[in-house]
Design a protein around this ligand. Sequence first.
Ligand SMILES: CC(C)(COP(=O)(O)OP(=O)(O)OC[C@H]1O[C@@H](n2cnc3c(N)ncnc32)[C@H](O)[C@@H]1OP(=O)(O)O)[C@@H](O)C(=O)NCCC(=O)NCCS
Length: 142
Amino acid sequence: MDIKSLTIDSYDSIIALWESAGLPYKPEGRDSREEMKKQLERDPDLTLGAFEEDELIGVIMGTDDGRKGWINRLAVLPKYTRRGVASKLIHSLEYTLRKRGRKIICTLVEDWNEVSLDLFKKAGYEKHEDIFYLSKREGDHV
Ligand SMILES: CC(C)(COP(=O)(O)OP(=O)(O)OC[C@H]1O[C@@H](n2cnc3c(N)ncnc32)[C@H](O)[C@@H]1OP(=O)(O)O)[C@@H](O)C(=O)NCCC(=O)NCCS
């Protein structure tokens, strides 16, 4: 398995992978081709793909707000799960974010997603019971 930075050329494969994995995403908002193109050009080192031969089997998207690094949209094709693919993607993105100077790396996980919670706990992440996620949005699609 190889891990490589992704460009907008992989957009259709990324969407297909998120669909296969059942990962919710925002095709008319921040995950549209246009928005993703801007993001991938701005931070070409932060969206990584795991490849088996030429097939994209896993994806992880990092963001760096200058204070913290964030992990977003992590997914692995169902037929390749439980082989350590997500763990390797997390590790690779952590390395890149640390090189950028980020000392805190975090992620948001929905409360029902036990698999993802287990994955991040195993990767050394602490779950904060005392923090609520609040947001203000222009609409459900963004
Ligand atoms: C969550 C997801 C990315 C995990 O990918 P993966 O490549 O299978 O994860 P790994 O093989 O690196 O698993 C590492 C650890 O996570 C935990 N884990 C992963 N899948 C699990 C499962 N189905 N049940 C229980 N624990 C699981 C285990 O502790 C596992 O270690 P182990 O295999 O030694 O027991 C993948 O299942 C997925 O794409 N799910 C749908 C999308 C999603 O929910 N993404 C996360 C959004 S926050």
